[in-house]
Design a protein around this ligand. Structure first.
Ligand code: SF4
Length: 209
């Protein structure tokens, strides 16, 4: 299956209840289908649902600025969400919705084959690390998972809602730049384990604050 075929297979997807809870469209993902670096957020918000693209609202603008601050452009990366349809009133995704939609994110990652997946916020981080870890404890570090490296970061929306998180978010991107520079110096992203996610942590909230 190609990425386009996967996208087409999700057009008007009815596999979970979010299909009938007011979504405008499935927000599959956007960017370079052969990107080395992928960013994964939680779920589409209002503007993403309307435009059919992830991270196009204020949080998207901040993400674009931060990506550019480390010398990349959005056209060089791939951006997707764990959940492809907007939950009503931007509520948290529910377990059955994550369980139903997560395989499509994993298929997306398999097809794009990024070496590095930056998980934005708690939901994406927990989904990709497959552990209930607090983003505050794992952010800015690289973890080897499956065939790629997960690099958890704070969610840009969290920094917009809570100004005190703006500097920590920028710090995450500075650490990402340092990591990418180290990898570049070593000529390839390491395939050996980088770190193991810590044991389960139940002290969670949406943005891991
Ligand atoms: S959230 Fe995922 S599984 Fe649910 S309807 Fe949308 S694409 Fe399908």
């Amino acid at each position: 299956m190609t990425l386009t075929e996967l996208r087409d297979s999700l057009h008007n997807c009815q596999r979970c209840k979010l299909a009938g809870l007011g979504r405008t469209q499935v927000v599959f993902g956007t960017g370079d289908p052969q990107a080395t670096i992928m960013f994964v957020g939680e779920a589409p918000g209002y503007y993403e649902d309307r435009q059919g693209e992830p991270f196009v609202g204020a949080a998207g603008k901040l993400l674009t600025e931060l990506v550019q601050s480390i010398g990349l452009s959005r056209s060089e990366i791939y951006i997707a969400n764990v959940i492809k349809c907007r939950p009503p009133n931007n509520r948290d995704p529910e377990t059955d919705e994550v369980d139903t939609c997560k395989p499509f994110l994993l298929q997306q990652i398999e097809l794009i084959r990024p070496k590095l997946v930056c998980s934005l916020g708690n939901w994406a981080t927990q989904t990709l690390l497959e552990k209930k870890v607090a983003i505050t404890k794992v952010r800015g570090q690289a973890f080897h998972v499956r065939d790629f490296v997960v690099f958890p970061m704070l969610h840009p929306a969290a920094a917009l809602h809570q100004g005190r998180l703006q500097e920590p978010l920028r710090e995450d991107f500075r650490k990402l730049k340092i990591y990418l520079d180290q990898v570049s110096a070593a000529e390839s992203i390491p395939t050996a384990p980088v770190a193991s996610p810590p044991a389960q942590d139940t002290q969670m909230d949406l943005f891991g604050t």
